[in-house]
Design a protein around this ligand. Structure first.
Ligand code: HEC
Length: 152
């Protein structure tokens, strides 16, 4: 009996590893007359800027360059702001809020939200039903973009 219970517990744990991670709760804070942010990391830890850079550049995955272009790319005409120097203009928390819930900043924005339940709709997606980007991926992007200082 005890052995059977252990097997059941292991099966549940193994299954949980493949299920979409739940969207963690976050708090939007007002940091000025016309500015807000999500101050706390979604994972409770800082992201990895190198991974964030790779994710940003991988067009199919996050899709950021389709609208923003590559940060600082000269002569590129993109419909969204150039993100060169964004780390000097915006706090890490404001960058996080732009990626998680841009409509909280600008209800009419064309910038898509990347962190809401149900954004992954392919039934064979191991993260089916979860957000477009995981909390860890968003933190990697925040680490990358926050480090893009003033281009001069
Ligand atoms: C469909 C086009 C589109 C895509 C895809 C997109 N964005 Fe945006 N983004 C915008 C637009 C448009 C704005 C300006 C919004 C506004 O002012 O309302 C914006 C604003 C931003 C800002 C604030 C910039 C500033 O200077 O104030 C950040 C940061 C940002 N986006 C990051 C990202 C990241 C990271 C990704 C990929 C995960 C991404 N965006 C994908 C359209 C897009």
């Amino acid at each position: 009996m005890r052995v059977l219970l252990w097997i059941a517990a292991i099966a549940v744990l193994a299954g949980a590893g493949r299920a979409a991670e739940p969207v963690v709760a976050y708090t939007i804070t007002n940091i000025g007359a016309d500015a807000s942010e999500i101050s706390a990391s979604l994972t409770g830890a800082p992201g990895d800027a190198a991974r964030g850079r790779a994710l940003y550049g991988g067009e199919a995955r996050a899709g950021c360059p389709a609208c923003h272009g590559a940060p600082g790319a000269v002569g590129e005409t993109a419909p969204a702001p150039d993100l060169a120097g964004v780390g000097a203009r915006l706090s890490a928390g404001a960058i996080r809020l732009w990626i998680v819930a841009p409509a909280a900043i600008d209800p009419a924005t064309a910038m898509p939200a990347y962190y809401a339940a149900g954004q992954r709709g392919e039934a064979d997606d191991p993260l089916y039903g979860g957000p477009a980007l995981t909390a860890a991926e968003i933190e990697d992007l925040v680490a990358y973009l926050a480090a893009l200082g003033d281009p001069g």
